[in-house]
Design a protein around this ligand. Structure first.
Ligand SMILES: [Ca+2]
Length: 526
């Protein structure tokens, strides 16, 4: 704005100077040079002011450690690796938790509203009817500022002039927000073939980008591209299954040497009932059911990586098309998952726990002015995404938001947006599981099965990043994982030298539960 004012003032001066005629031609041309310089300055500024596009890619149930940038080298993900190489990877990103078994639902509600887990309890999470026809303007006309969806991601971006596009699985999300995307597609695709696999969602985005090529427009876009894999059933094409030593659905009779090795925090069973009997994800996953033997877990991990590589291929197709639009340089590209997943870690198969593999998410962002190949902690939640996207697009951040913009982490000014990270699982017996992290320390508490199970775990994540337990020291487990834990790689909650640390973390957890309006209390919280 300042540059525009200055330019106008200069033009006025030049006009008045040219009118006086006594001024020499040299002075007039000097003014012209200054004007030219200001014009260049202004055009640079207007490029910077152009609203950026957002391509937000989200996978379903993905442990961050499946990706090379987080340390696992099994899975071939050249396109995701390239995003990480060209952008920023957050090493401490979380989904915060869930109060229902379908962890996806609160996770996606937090993403769409910027609210914390407990604040998403009364949102409209109905599934769209099978005969649903999308009429965005009618849907938008029905909402008022009293409706939470008025401040949801698609509504905020629609009001800011964006074209908002969504393709994702059916259900398990905030329907109030889904109703407000300009364009929406819903299909849960977990099969191997293209039409019922990850390709279907990529095709929808590619169709849209082709339209932008055919009919160029200045309208910025927000594309929400949600894949339904690697959530089970993890069905993949034969060539990919072969590559990762897996069969579909499994389990095989014996371990395939080509299958990914067991994770070092693998256990044949969780040491205690974690509080959700008959949970689908722990008992009914295709090809696994209640089995946790080496052949079954390695086969399932092979299927998981095959599904992730299939997603990576589709991301590559989308990015190639985005480049063809000529809009790649003005697009922020995010790659995240809705939460993590165990797939054999700690004897668990699902995400209904608060170990790092399930609480943390992969989080990569690449875009205008983001430094290449950088890692930062971030200490973020999915609730921070909405305010951050608003911040990047110059949209006001609504007061209903709990999350914080981490634009300053993206720009490299700061390393983290908060010191303390909470975790909630309250989808089974109550109150359930809670965790709190600060610095290197993490406390997890279980109060489940009507008080039958009351457990506390204390980990130093710097010394014990995989949250190994005494059960991981069992020679039979060591023989399977090939990993001999260090003596201090155990639950430290009952070790006398950590009594003070435990007390401190217990107090912190209680304070955080109160601050989050957690409706439950644990057996020892007064
Ligand atoms: Ca999920």
């Amino acid at each position: 704005m300042k540059a525009i004012k200055l330019l106008n003032q200069m033009k006025k001066i030049r006009n008045s100077v040219q009118c006086t005629k006594e001024i020499t031609p040299t002075i007039v041309s000097l003014f012209s040079i200054v004007l030219m310089f200001l014009g260049v300055l202004l055009s640079c500024q207007s490029t910077e002011l152009k609203q950026p596009n957002i391509l937000f890619i989200i996978t379903d149930d993905q442990d961050a450690q499946t990706l090379g940038v987080y340390g696992d080298t099994y899975c071939d993900t050249p396109n995701i690796d390239k995003l990480a190489w060209e952008g920023l990877t957050l090493t401490s990103a979380h989904h915060m938790g869930a109060f229902r078994a379908a962890v996806c639902t609160p996770s996606r509600c937090m993403l769409m509203t910027g609210r914390n887990v407990w604040e998403t309890q009364n949102l409209n999470v109905k599934w769209p009817p099978l005969d649903y026809t999308h009429k965005v303007e009618e849907n938008y006309a029905k909402i008022s500022p009293d409706d939470p969806s008025y401040y949801s991601l698609p509504a905020l971006f629609k009001r800011a002039g964006y074209y908002t596009f969504r393709t994702c699985k059916r259900g398990n999300s905030y329907e109030g927000a889904n109703l407000l995307f300009d364009e929406r597609y819903d299909k849960t695709n977990r099969d191997a073939e293209d039409e019922n696999g990850s390709q279907w969602h990529a095709d929808k985005v590619i169709d849209y980008l082709n339209r932008r090529i055919d009919q160029p427009t200045d309208q910025p876009f927000l594309i929400y591209l949600g894949f339904s894999h690697p959530h089970d059933p993890r069905r993949a094409k034969p060539a990919l299954l072969e590559k990762y030593g897996a069969i579909n659905p499994g389990p095989p009779m014996r371990p395939n040497p080509k299958a990914p090795k067991l994770p070092i925090n693998y256990l044949p069973a969780h040491p205690f009932e974690e509080g959700h009997p008959d949970l689908r994800d722990e008992n009914s996953v295709e090809g696994v059911m209640t089995k946790r033997d080496e052949a079954t877990v390695r086969n399932e991990r092979g299927k998981e990586l095959a599904a992730i590589e299939a997603i990576d291929t589709e991301i590559g197709r989308v990015l190639e098309k985005l480049e063809a639009t000529g809009e790649l340089d003005n697009t922020y590209i995010f790659f995240v998952s809705d939460h993590g997943i165990a797939v054999g870690k700690h004897g668990l198969m699902g995400k209904q726990n608060l170990y790092e593999h399930s609480l943390k998410i992969p989080f990569i962002v690449k875009g205008p002015n983001i430094e290449r190949n950088r890692k930062a902690k971030g200490n973020i939640y999915l609730s921070d995404v909405l305010p951050t996207l608003c911040d990047l697009a110059g949209i006001y951040i609504p007061e209903t938001v709990y999350g914080k913009s981490f634009k300053s982490v993206i720009s490299g000014e700061i390393e983290t947006v908060r010191d303390v990270i909470n975790g909630v699982y309250s989808g089974g017996t109550k109150p359930g599981i809670r965790s709190v992290k600060k610095g290197d320390w993490k406390l997890i508490k279980y109060d489940v099965m009507d008080g039958e199970i009351q457990k506390t775990q204390l980990f130093n994540l710097k010394d014990n990043p995989n949250e190994l337990l005494i059960e991981h020291h069992d020679p039979k487990v060591i023989a399977l994982t090939g990993n001999t834990p260090k003596p201090n790689q155990v639950n430290l909650a009952d070790h006398p030298e950590y009594t003070v640390k435990r007390k401190e973390m217990e107090a912190l957890l209680f304070a955080e539960m109160k601050a989050l309006n957690d409706p439950y209390r644990f057996w020892d919280q007064k």
